[in-house]
Every structure is written in C-alpha cells, then in structure tokens.
Design a protein around this ligand. Structure first.
Ligand code: F6R
Length: 269
C-alpha cells in the first residue's frame, strides 16, 4: 500500500482530485467507483471546481456507487442517490444514465447484487475506486467479519455504523439498518483504488488497515492484497501508524522518481 500523509484536508482533497482528474483526462470513458459520506466531500468540491475551471469533462465517464440504504426511496434526503445528486452529479456534465447507485427499494433486494455485478462487468470493470473507511474498518458497508471474497449483496449494519450515521437522521425518523453494498471482492477487482480519511476518529481503523494483520475484523485490511492502492490521510488519521516516518520518506523518494521519469504510470487500464 502506498500511504500519503497530508498536513490538512484541503491538500488531501486536492491530491485526490489530481489522481481522479489524470485518470479521466487519460481515459475519458473511465469507470469510476464512488463513495458517499463526509470523507469524499472535499474531493467532490474540487472535481466540481475543476469541471468549471480546468475543462474536466465527465461526459464519457461511468460511475458505480459503493452502496445504498435498503428501505428508503432514492429521493429521500438521506439516500446515497440524493447525496450524489446534490454533492456531485448535478454540478458536473455526467449523463444521469451513466451513474449507478444500488436500488435500495427493489422489490427483492437480494436480486440487486448479482445484477449490479453484471452491470459493472458489462461496463468493463472499475478503473478507479474511491473509498472512505468506517471507524470500525468497514469499506463500503462491508462490516467487520464480512467475507474477504464477498460480492455485492445486502448487509446488516453494525450498531457502531448505525450510531455513526444517526447524526443524519431525525430522532423520530426511520433509520435503515440494512444496506446493499459492493463486496470486498468487487472492490479488490478495481484496477486502482484510492482510500481517503481524515480525523483522529479514523486513526485506529487506518492503523489496523495498513499495519494490522489481514483480517475480516478489519475489512479494509483486505486492501493489503490489492496491488495498486493509495491511502491519502491527514496527520490526525495517521497518528497511530508506527511507520509514519517511513511512509513520508517513501513519498519523498517517489516524488523524486516521478520528477525524473514522467509521465508517471499512475492512471489505470
Ligand atoms: C459510503 C461508504 C462508507 C463510508 C464510511 C466513512 O459510501 O461506503 O464506507 O466511506 O462509512 O464515512 P464518513 O466518510 O462519513 O466518515
């Protein structure tokens, strides 16, 4: 895993946007996997800005979101479809028919997973997957003890995830306890992965993911198996990493190498 540590969330958002931008500019028909939640908001703001200022077009891009709650309609204020519409899709030139979010209101939610996998395969697979991480180490909604070879399916959320996300729901409001999520295998099949995290509340999950054993108790540790994953974190999220100094040193060496041997091989396909 490549670990990049940033002094603040703005520089983290800007670097992650550089990576997404170079992917899309090199392959305008890229297939991008997207996450919701607080973490990618800075990245999405930056992409919207670059769409306006840098000629960054999403017209040929296809997207697949990681997950969606089961039991709330797509136009519900807290659905992940609404989140994506409000925070990204409505502000860029992406074609709505090229954006996919799992259907949390399907009559039979058990059928959504296999159909979603087929859509991803038909699109040629995911070139670049954007991830956040839960305080319990989940990626997508693959909660602790999820199979490391799981595919898209219905998952029951843990009490911790329900509590973490309760801030978005009113006290009397129905809060979903189930979600449809890409599986860990689905995520690992992406050609390139970036995982973003900031804040001290993510420090333990980041430590377990990067330096802990490969273990279903920390689903994000499965990323240790992926050949091209970059972790972009701020100092607070990096605070429990033992080899923090080493990752910074690796970053400096990489920068030197890139300066010497451009173009970098960053983009995938
Ligand atoms: C969201 C998702 C989740 C979040 C994670 C972190 O689509 O898949 O894994 O990335 O729960 O959430 P935030 O960013 O709100 O801390």
């Amino acid at each position: 895993m490549e670990v990049l540590i940033f002094p603040d969330s703005q520089s983290l958002a800007s670097k992650s946007a550089d990576l997404v931008e170079s992917q899309i500019k090199t392959f305008p028909d890229s297939v991008i996997g997207l996450a919701t939640g607080s973490t990618p908001l800075g990245l999405y703001e930056e992409l919207i800005k670059r769409h306006g200022e840098h000629d960054l077009s999403f017209a040929g891009v296809k997207t697949f979101n990681l997950d969606e709650y089961v039991g709330i309609p797509s136009n519900h204020a807290q659905s992940y479809q609404t989140f994506m519409d409000e925070n990204l899709f409505s502000k860029i030139d992406i074609q709505p028919s090229n954006t996919q979010v799992p259907d949390g209101m399907a009559e039979n939610p058990l059928e959504v997973g296999p159909a979603y996998e087929k859509m991803i395969a038909d699109a040629g697979g995911i070139d670049l997957q954007v991830l956040g991480v839960g305080t319990d180490g989940h990626i997508g909604f693959n909660e602790p003890t999820s199979s490391l070879s799981s595919i898209t399916r219905v998952k029951t959320l843990t009490q911790q995830t329900i509590e973490d996300n309760s801030r978005f729901f009113g006290p009397e409001e129905f809060q979903p306890k189930l979600a449809i999520t890409m599986g860990i295998k689905t995520i690992l099949d992406a050609r390139r992965i970036i995982l973003l995290a900031h804040g001290e509340n993510k420090a333990e999950a980041i430590r377990d993911m990067v330096e802990g054993p490969l273990c279903a108790m920390c689903p994000a540790s499965a990323l240790q198996l992926h050949p091209r994953t970059t972790i972009l974190i701020d100092e607070a999220a990096a605070s429990q990493l033992k080899l923090r100094g080493y990752y910074k040193f690796v970053g400096e060496m990489q920068d030197d190498l890139e300066r010497k041997h451009r173009p970098s091989d960053w983009v995938s396909r």
